[in-house]
Ligand binder design. Structure first.
Ligand code: ZN
Length: 114
């Protein structure tokens, strides 16, 4: 879909430029400004189309890579929960918001030293 759009933009841009020049010759400055603005928007549309195509290609490559590895796509909330769970140790640590440890906790001495 992207290539035909690029071809259309590529054909439209010189035509709009030609129209801008011709209306400039007749002194119709509003029409000249309109054609010049349309030319600029055509360039922007072509650039955006390229960015969209790149993003879609990146997404497809990532999906294919994840499918090949048999891993589900990463979820930000799942990652945050995994990090929080990995840092947790004992029940008292949870209830004290990380300020204290159980007397039998293996991390007790580490936090005392800090
Ligand atoms: Zn602990």
């Amino acid at each position: 879909m992207s290539r035909p759009l690029h071809v259309a933009y590529g054909a439209l841009l010189p035509w709009l430029g030609y129209c801008a020049i011709q209306t400039g010759r007749t002194g119709n400055w509003w029409a000249t400004a309109t054609f010049a603005a349309a030319s600029a928007l055509t360039v922007i549309a072509a650039l955006r189309e390229g960015q969209l195509e790149d993003a879609l290609r990146r997404e497809a490559v990532r999906d294919e890579r994840e499918a090949r590895l048999g891993r589900p796509p990463l979820d930000t909330a799942e990652c945050a929960a995994s990090v929080a769970l990995a840092a947790a140790c004992c029940e008292r640590w949870w209830t004290s918001a990380g300020a204290d440890h159980d007397s039998a906790c293996s991390r007790q001495h580490r936090s005392d030293a800090a």
